[in-house]
Design a protein around this ligand. Structure first.
Ligand code: ARG
Length: 265
């Protein structure tokens, strides 16, 4: 996770960002810290990435890389405003986590890390889901498959409000997902139905509340407080929802999942 020390909305690269509405910087830090302590209280280890002045979107740490089995596929951002974040993530894996344990690969193609990639270790022996249509290039899906050595299923996103895969789909555990079907093309919806017949289906209101932008440890599903209907759905499916208030991060077009990059050694 990366503290929102320099978080603002000073440019608009997704439909949620409005540069005329000021962000409450102190509240952003407070809410983010509650997300951090919630994860720690649930027994997870949280590493911190140093925030860099001039990179206001760094708090969305999920976009900086995608790791599977100790192999790290680096990000290459679509928009120039975020380009420098990729180096900060690379340096984090090299210096903080130690190069010996992680094999880093620089990408050739535009991709926004876990924003557009999800991993299900126990679905079909280890499956990567990948989004394209707004940020990540389809060519990056093939590149990720070569780098990570796991099958990558390409899914086409069609609604600009849900511009990253992680705004429209989330892993609930090692083998099942929840998603909002209409965020995907009809053919991609069909692919998802075939692969995940037991999926928890979300609706537009759930997606707009950023209810799909969740982090799950397979038991606890951490999602923002606005997503009350989504919490009921995951509870009905046997998981324990844990709410965190993240109103300020929503102003940048993100929530729980965007703020957490999962490390898969
Ligand atoms: N303002 C950021 C952007 O548009 C938000 C990124 C949200 N992150 C995510 N994983 N969906 O790039």
């Amino acid at each position: 996770m990366c503290p929102p020390k320099h978080f603002t909305v000073e440019y608009a690269i997704n439909p949620w960002m409005d540069t005329t509405v000021p962000v409450d910087a102190a509240l952003a830090v407070k809410q983010w810290d509650l997300l951090r302590t919630t994860l720690v209280d649930l027994g997870h280890t949280v590493h911190l990435l140093d925030p860099v002045a001039g990179l206001p979107d760094m708090v969305y740490a999920a976009n900086g890389a995608f790791s599977v089995d100790g192999r790290v596929y680096g990000a290459r951002f679509r928009h120039p405003q975020r380009a420098a974040e990729a180096d900060a993530h690379r340096a984090f894996y090299e210096k903080t986590l130690g190069q010996d344990n992680w094999h880093l690969v620089r990408p050739e193609h535009v991709n926004e890390g876990e924003g557009d990639f999800a991993y299900l270790p126990r679905a079909y022996g280890g499956l990567i889901l990948a989004g394209h249509g707004f940020r990540t290039e389809p060519a990056a899906h093939a590149e990720a498959q070569e780098v990570l050595g796991r099958p990558v299923v390409s899914l086409r996103l069609v609604d600009p409000a849900f511009y990253h895969l992680d705004t429209a789909l989330a892993a609930l555990d090692d083998h099942n997902v929840t998603y909002y079907p209409e965020a995907f093309s009809p053919s991609s919806q069909r692919v998802l139905r075939q692969l995940f017949p037991e999926a928890v289906i979300a609706d537009r209101a759930d997606a707009e509340a950023f209810g799909l932008n969740l982090v799950s440890d397979g038991r606890h599903v951490i999602l923002n407080t606005e997503a009350t209907a989504m919490a009921d759905k995951v509870r009905a499916a046997g998981y324990a929802p844990v709410h965190v208030e993240l109103t300020e991060l929503k102003r940048g077009g993100g929530s729980v999942k965007c703020a957490v990059a999962e490390l898969r050694p």
